[in-house]
Design a binder for this molecule. Structure first.
Ligand code: PAF
Length: 289
């Protein structure tokens, strides 16, 4: 496995692979890899070659967010990539990605208006811009994103469609700790007490899922129940709990179609996200009534 830091080096390697007719799978990351990322790298192993980018993208962080403190450890990440079967790591410096007079951005309306797009203004402009750049550098056949960032996955799918990018976007399931907490690089910020408290997120979402499965169609009631459960945990502060259509990320009130129930919750100072997707057909329910 090779580690390179410049765009030119990546392009040279990719050119050679493409000359040999090899297919390329790509996993964009911000590093501090965990089993969630490794599951994406393993999924990308369906291609002949797997490229992983490790880049803490400054332009997707707001001024009061954790860009400076975001965990970084390239040696540890290299091991994790090796273990999972990556062929190439692209780990550029910020100056390699952004010239001092960089001024071209990819912006999106619609799927970015709600959830994290609302709480973190400018975040998806930064994500779309860096992912487009990475796609232009790596030119992958397929790129792999985790369902934990369900809005990000929907946004990237829409961006590739709207901009006629030929890379196929593959969504992969959320990987959880044994007790249910969704794996995240930010879990490392939690102290022992917060780590226990963080479980309230997946537990409350699970309860919400059960309520929908038991036949509740009013998503406002479901969201209300989830919020009540989360609010019982003193260390938790809700940023949002919301029901949206999983593809358009537009708010919905009735359980019909592909429903995304997404939550962002502060545990102490750490903001964690989690979600579930459930499909319902309201027409079936009314036929059975
Ligand atoms: O999901 C992430 O880690 C980042 O948002 C991504 C897609 C690597 C872009 O910086």
């Amino acid at each position: 496995m090779k580690i390179v830091k410049t765009v030119n080096e990546v392009r040279e390697i990719i050119k050679n692979w493409k000359k040999q007719g090899l297919s390329i799978g790509f996993v964009p990351t911000m590093g501090y890899l965990h089993e969630g990322h490794q599951s994406l790298i393993r999924a990308a192993g369906e291609n002949d070659k797997v490229v992983v980018s490790i880049f803490v993208n400054p332009i997707q962080f707001g001024p009061n967010e954790d860009f400076a403190s975001y965990p970084r450890d390239l040696d540890r990440d290299t091991e994790k990539c090796n273990e999972a079967g990556a062929d190439l790591i692209f780990a550029p410096e910020a100056s390699e990605m952004y010239e001092p007079d960089f001024c071209t951005f990819v912006n999106m309306n619609g799927p970015t208006d709600e959830l994290c797009g609302k709480s973190r203004p400018g975040h998806f402009k930064g994500v779309c811009t860096v992912v487009s750049k990475l796609f232009n550098i790596v030119t992958p056949d397929k790129a792999y994103f985790g369902q934990k960032d369900a809005q990000q996955l929907a946004v990237i799918r829409r961006m590739t469609r709207d901009l006629s990018i030929s890379t196929e976007i593959v969504g992969c399931p959320i990987i959880r700790e044994e007790d249910g907490l969704a794996k995240s690089s930010r879990n490392t910020y939690l102290n022992d007490e917060e780590r226990k408290a963080a479980l309230v997120i997946s537990r409350s979402l699970n309860e919400g899922r059960k309520i929908i499965e038991s036949g509740e169609n009013d998503l406002n009631k479901v969201i209300g129940q989830i919020k009540l459960l989360i609010e019982k945990e003193p260390l938790a502060k809700i940023d949002y709990v919301k029901a949206v259509n999983a593809d358009s990320i537009q708010p919905i009130n009735t359980a019909d179609g592909k429903i995304l129930i997404a939550a962002a919750v502060y545990i102490g100072k750490t903001r964690l996200i989690d979600n579930f997707i459930i499909e319902r057909n309201a027409a079936d329910d009314s036929n059975n009534a």
